[in-house]
Design a protein around this ligand. Structure first.
Ligand code: 26Q
Length: 812
């Protein structure tokens, strides 16, 4: 692309002047960002087209990852990295007087996701392209991403995230590829030559316009497509000219309602709520996406019976489950297939990934809502349910309860997970423990019916963004130690095992960590005016705020530490900086109160001179992908402390591990697999096991009040939530949190795990005192993290679910 630094400098300077018509001295960082990203887009155009040509000519099987969320973050740096010119560009820009960091900051984060599920989709895009698979993303181009968080007076305030304000250099609008999506209306049934024909009349049309984003493979000319759909109005939505029947105002109403479909991303509070607009969004994604898939397939001139050989659709949680009835509709109504044949095709094409066992988060749509908004789709779902019940009654003739438990429509609700499992050929969990829980408990009935469909695919993260890009100094060190093969084969990071005892290497790793901590400290000082000591232990919990993730356990421990220090000011502890980052769903009251509590405790502790040198608490506002890239490389300790069985996998845990942080965590999600490799010496495990938690739920036997009454440390901390003192400035300030724990019997076992959590932290304190041992552990964490590269995950999806291989270009 750019042969060397000087070629790059010449090319950029020329473009800057040509495009802006201004001398170099008057050019801003924003200008440089725009021109540079434009240059890259132009340069990759040919490879992008070529990739698509190869797909078509070689009739490659295509995978489509359907997701309501793609949490991409910024693309400039990552694209430069994958194109192999990051260093050239960085050096060249520096010489031209534009620090890369500042140019990069001009780009808004594409925050089109809530958290783990959305970021996973983005990591998968990177791995698919880098491994040269024919795999694409299908999503929605939300005008507003997840809200921007401000902290005001300790509380979260939400602001709209208008990320497109400055334009998006990475997308290409493709009006030529638009599709029509229909809502509402009535279905009329006719019989034509002995066949039933279904036609929807009086519907409302919406135009789906795709915006394509190139996904650049690392070190190869392979470029896939992330296709994001935008909803726009049709000129003639009701099939009559507007105005002729006084419908002008109706048209304006229509316009507004259409644009709202791709207006904003719904925040997740893990509590299912059936909102009409969300259903519209989901169907919009599914219908536009499937139509586009079939159109691309159509160019191969093959019969649709061959669709499963040429197309796989993976649905990211149940959010895009409507691809199942939508594909059925297109096959039957538009292509004349009979039910059975259409069902077989659909079944072979679709696979479903589950990301939660929280039953309150499982999607269930009100039957009536679906019936009205999507009448034909509803008919198809009804028919799927009718046939499924027949099948179940045959198989379980005397078990009506089981049949109702498993049915797709029951109690006037449509259960999307049931539809997804029955309608697809594969269902996978996202970590070994999670998949086992699905099989043995949550989806037990379905596992008994379809055991061959269940499989595990432990999540992963792209080591390109999360190690090479976010922590270049550490990546360079790894390469220095053992060469660069790990970049293409991340599992070879385990070559570091042999260096873990090497004192010189440990020192180098320590130096890099220290620099990363200094950078984060500078950021904290700049944003909050608070000085934190880079020599203190950085203990970090960054993730969505949710009761089951137990940020409360962390804060309670901090309050306890503070109590101890006040009682014994000479207590010998390793100085600690606790850092939080978390967004709460706007309607999630308790989560927002926990943010307020963290900030209140932080203000008190940071303002207390007596503990100034040993304890600091920082809440960083607006946690996002870009902020994660700054924070994670600076962590000594990673907090992964969910109630066992509740966190499907976690992926933050993997990012920290790959950056050499040690985990304090429960035996939950992928922590279990980390522990399998690292053992007790290299991570700090505490708390109830998933099985113990489930036994308490099933058989009872836990009392939060008993914990409160029997453990003075707990008693003290809990009382401080309601009595004026180091936490509350007035009486009852945090009574809501107090009650959520004590009166609701501590649903997430915060108090139950408190004691063993304290102990784990004592062990951390001890371990950190021996720096050489600590760095040895850190190196072992990095060494074992290769298994969690999303490259490994994607290879498993490819070979076991999608049945695809990397694309080899034949000579054309
Ligand atoms: C649903 C309906 C209406 C509005 C929002 C939602 C919604 C949106 C996002 C429901 C759930 C989500 C996101 C879930 C999620 O991020 N789950 C996480 O997925 C990760 C990737 O597999 C796992 O590592 C985490 O354990 C899991 O919590």
């Amino acid at each position: 692309m750019f042969k060397d630094k000087d070629t790059f400098k010449r090319a950029l300077t020329r473009q800057l002047v040509d495009k802006l018509g201004r001398p170099l001295e008057e050019v801003s960082e924003a200008d440089v960002y725009k021109v540079l990203s434009g240059m890259i887009r132009e340069q990759i155009g040919r490879d992008w087209a070529q990739t698509n040509t190869v797909y078509k000519e070689q009739k490659e099987k295509q995978v489509y990852y359907f997701s309501m969320e793609f949490l991409i973050g910024r693309l400039l740096g990552n694209n430069l990295l994958n194109l192999g010119v990051l260093e050239t560009v960085r050096d060249g820009l520096k010489e031209l007087g534009f620090p890369f960091g500042e140019v990069e900051e001009q780009e808004s984060d594409a925050g089109l996701g809530n958290g783990g599920l959305g970021r996973l989709a983005a990591c998968f895009m990177d791995s698919l392209a880098s491994l040269q698979y024919a795999g694409h993303g299908t999503g929605i181009r939300y005008k507003y991403g997840l809200f921007e968080q401000k902290i005001m007076d300790g509380n979260q305030v939400e602001l709209p995230d208008y990320w497109l304000q400055k334009g998006n250099e990475w997308e290409i609008r493709r009006p030529d590829k638009q599709v029509e999506v229909r809502f509402w209306g009535n279905v009329v049934t006719r019989e034509v030559q002995g066949r039933l024909i279904f036609e929807t009349i009086q519907y409302e049309s919406v135009r789906g316009v795709p915006y394509d984003v190139p996904i650049i493979g690392f070190g190869n000319p392979h470029i896939n497509t992330l296709r994001l759909w935008s909803a726009e109005s049709m000129m003639d939505p009701f099939r009559q000219p507007s105005g002729q029947d006084g419908s002008y105002y109706r048209y304006l109403d229509y316009n507004r309602s259409v644009e709202s479909i791709s207006e904003f991303l719904y925040p997740d509070d893990s509590h299912y709520e059936g909102k009409l607009l969300r259903l519209k969004q989901q169907y919009f994604l599914c219908s536009a996406g499937v139509q586009s898939v079939l159109r691309t397939f159509g160019k191969l001139n093959l019969p649709l019976t061959e669709l499963p050989e040429k197309v796989a659709i993976q649905i990211n949680d149940t959010h895009p489950t409507l691809v199942i009835p939508e594909l059925m509709r297109l096959l039957i109504d538009d292509n004349g297939f009979g039910w059975d044949e259409a069902w077989e095709i659909t079944n072979k094409v679709v696979g479903y990934t589950n990301h939660t066992i929280l039953s309150e988060a499982l999607e269930k749509w009100p039957q009536q809502m679906v019936k009205e908004l999507l009448p034909r789709i509803y008919m198809i779902i009804e028919e799927i349910d009718r046939r499924f019940r027949i099948q179940l009654n045959e198989r379980y003739p005397d078990q009506p309860d089981r049949v109702s438990r498993m049915a797709i429509i029951e109690h006037n609700q449509i259960r999307m997970a049931h539809l997804a499992i029955h309608g697809g050929h594969s269902i996978n969990g996202v970590a070994a423990l999670h998949t086992e829980i699905l099989k043995k408990r949550e989806m037990k009935d379905f596992y008994e019916l379809y055991p061959e469909r269940f499989n595990n695919k432990t999540n992963g993260i792209t080591h390109r963004r999360w190690l090479m890009y976010a922590n270049p100094d550490l990546a360079a060190l790894v390469t220095e130690c053992m060469g660069s093969r790990w970049i293409k084969h991340p599992q070879e990071l385990n070559g570091l095992i042999k260096c873990c005892k090497d004192a010189a290497f440990q020192n180098e790793v320590a130096k890099v960590k220290k620099q990363n901590k200094e950078r984060l400290a500078a950021y904290i000082l700049e944003k909050q005016g608070i000085t934190v000591d880079p020599n203190s232990l950085f203990d970090i919990q960054v993730k969505r705020l949710h009761a089951y993730k137990r940020q409360l356990l962390n804060v309670f421990h901090i309050i306890h530490l503070y109590n101890q220090l006040k009682e014994n000011p000479n207590m010998d502890i390793v100085p600690r900086t606790f850092i939080f980052g978390a967004k709460a769903a706007p309607s999630y009251y308790l989560a927002k109160r926990i943010i307020k509590l963290i900030n209140t405790v932080a203000a008190r502790i940071n303002g207390d001179k007596a503990v100034r040198d040993v304890l600091k608490v920082i809440f960083l506002e607006n946690y996002s992908v870009s902020l994660a890239q700054k924070i994670i490389p600076a962590a000594d300790v990673s907090e992964q402390i969910s109630t066992a069985s509740k966190e499907a996998s976690g992926t933050g845990n993997m990012k920290f591990m790959m950056n050499g942080a040690l985990t304090v965590g429960t035996m939950d999600g992928a922590n279990v697999e980390m522990h399998e490799m690292l053992g007790d010496e290299n991570m700090f495990i505490f708390g109830l096991s998933a099985e113990q938690v489930q036994n308490f739920y099933q058989y009872g036997g836990y009392s939060a009040w008993d914990m409160y009454n029997s453990d003075s440390r707990i008693h003290e901390v809990m009382d401080q939530l309601i009595a004026p003192g180091p936490v509350c400035s007035q009486e009852n300030e945090f009574r809501d949190i107090y009650q959520s724990i004590l009166d609701h019997n501590d649903e997430y076992f915060v108090l139950k795990d408190f004691s063993s959590y304290i102990e784990a932290h004592l062990n951390i304190d001890l371990a950190y005192r021996n720096q050489s041992d600590w760095h040895q552990k850190a190196i072992l964490n990095i060494a074992h993290s290769g298994k969690f590269s999303s490259d490994c995950t994607i290879r498993e999806y490819a070979s076991e679910i999608w049945k695809i291989s990397p694309v080899k270009r034949r000579q054309i």
